[in-house]
Design a protein around this ligand. Structure first.
Ligand SMILES: Nc1ncnc2c1ncn2[C@@H]1O[C@H](COP(=O)(O)OP(=O)(O)OP(=O)(O)O)[C@@H](O)[C@H]1O
Ligand SMILES: [Mg+2]
Length: 235
């Protein structure tokens, strides 16, 4: 439990207000989010659960600046994410937001090391240049237990190893907000447990805010708060 949550009435780090999202599929419009609202405090670890197809990935994409909502606003530290010019939003995302995708999305032609290192190419100043960034990438790879695999390409890694690599990559730029979409969804429970231990070890203690989508109640129970997405709203 994050005790600072109870001591300080800090302003929300993420604020989603009355968010709607619809997709057009041919002549049909599918409304996935129907006025979802949520606030996440700095340093909070929030789990979002809900049935398959309830819109969890859609919500995470909208909250993280990847996908514009049809209506409603997302604020990060009070700043309206989708009112920013696209270049500014992209730069903010690169600096402050890490995302662990449901299907990893590692680049197949790059080694594990280069995949983890890649985000730093848009954020040199934070590391004192390339040598600092290489050192951080190597440390993260070590911390997720993949030092012996650093020169391997993604197709030479197991599912759990790819998932851990995706977590290391998402944390490369020291984001203060980490989104993780079913970070153990494709794994058996033993390797899922290892991946989750890596993730929590890397975010524990700090002021990093985490929003995690999961089907698994045991994973949700490791977070500070659990919200359920149902009928396009957060209950
Ligand atoms: N690009 C799209 N075009 C049309 N419909 C979409 C699109 N993306 C998602 N949907 C629909 O939106 C709904 C929510 O999808 P989403 O991927 O957000 O669900 P989810 O809760 O993450 O599901 P899962 O637990 O299976 O990952 C689904 O009914 C899906 O078919
Ligand atoms: Mg999903």
């Amino acid at each position: 439990m994050n005790s600072s949550l109870h001591d300080t009435p800090a302003a929300p780090r993420i604020e989603a207000m009355d968010v709607h999202k619809s997709y057009r599929a041919g002549a049909r419009v599918v409304e996935v989010l129907h006025g979802a609202s949520v606030e996440v405090r700095p340093g909070e670890k929030l789990a979002i659960v809900g049935a398959s197809g309830s819109g969890k990935s859609t919500l995470l994409n909208v909250l993280s600046g990847l996908d514009r909502p049809s209506a409603g606003a997302i604020r990060i530290d009070g700043c309206d994410l989708y009112a920013m010019p696209p270049r500014e939003r992209t730069a903010m995302r690169a600096r402050r937001i890490g995302f662990v995708f449901q299907a990893y999305h590692l680049l197949p032609e790059l080694t594990l090391f280069d995949n983890v290192y890649l985000p730093a190419r848009v954020r040199w100043e934070g590391f004192g240049g390339g040598a600092g960034a290489r050192k951080r990438a190597a440390e993260l790879i070590e911390r997720v237990g993949l030092a012996a695999r650093a020169t391997h390409r993604p197709d030479e890694l197991s599912g759990g190893e790819q998932q851990r690599a995706a977590i290391a990559r998402a944390l490369m730029n020291e984001p203060d907000i980490l989104f993780a979409d079913e970070p153990t969804g494709n794994l058996d429970s033993a390797s899922g447990g290892q991946v989750l231990d890596s993730l929590f070890a890397l975010v524990e203690g700090g002021e990093r805010t985490v929003v995690m989508v999961t089907h698994n109640p045991d994973i949700a129970a490791r977070c500070d708060r659990v919200l359920t997405l149902r009928d396009g709203r957060i209950g």
